[in-house]
Design a protein around this ligand. Sequence first.
Ligand code: ADP
Ligand code: NI
Length: 220
Amino acid sequence: METDTQLAAVQQFTKARMADDETGHGYDHIQRVVNNVKQLLAKETGADQLVTISAAYLHDVTDDKLVEDVNAATDELTNFLKETHFSEDQVAEILEIIANMSFSKSLNGQNAKPLPIEGQLVQDADRLDAIGAIGIARAIYFGGHFGEKLYDPEIAPRVEMTKADYRDLSNETIINHFYEKLLKLKDRMNTNAAKEIATGRQKTMLEFLDNFKDEWDGIQ
Ligand code: ADP
Ligand code: NI
């Protein structure tokens, strides 16, 4: 089977599962992550393109935020990849990448095993979509969906968090999410290509936060 045919099948598989998400993990997020990863692939040599781009498409389809049963979703994905003529090694690598790349996983120290270069690129591409102007919009969209306050100067950001803390939104504010996660991502990029893009996006977020607080305080 041609690589392009395999990628088209992966795209269809993902689209069918992610179309109606309302928490910022919809198919539009996937498209941006795929675009990001292609940009990174052009600068970082040595990665397997089919595995990288497929993992970018598939990175959220077995996530516990989106599916009831992670094991069943993983089995379904495994069968699909085998039917689509991915080799055993490619299937194993894709599954390992998507099981280990998320920010919430890293909070419990589960990310100790280093990702292969393909996984590092997908993780960078996903993190790039959480920062900058898109990152600001996604945080507000997510926070609105889950009933977070916009901001409360009385509530301090949680500096150290476990995965359970991260998912506990009872005392969360959208602005605090920047200090708890988004501003930290720039220094956690794996590749130089992503670090470079992240530097500009970090400025966008810092400027937004400065302006937000000035306007909150009534400063013109
Ligand atoms: P991951 O799949 O890496 O664990 P998340 O589900 O934590 O990612 O994040 C998905 C999107 O929702 C990101 O853009 C993230 O910044 C945003 N988000 C996650 N938690 C919050 C929160 N408490 N408040 C606002 N936005 C959030
Ligand atoms: Ni993602």
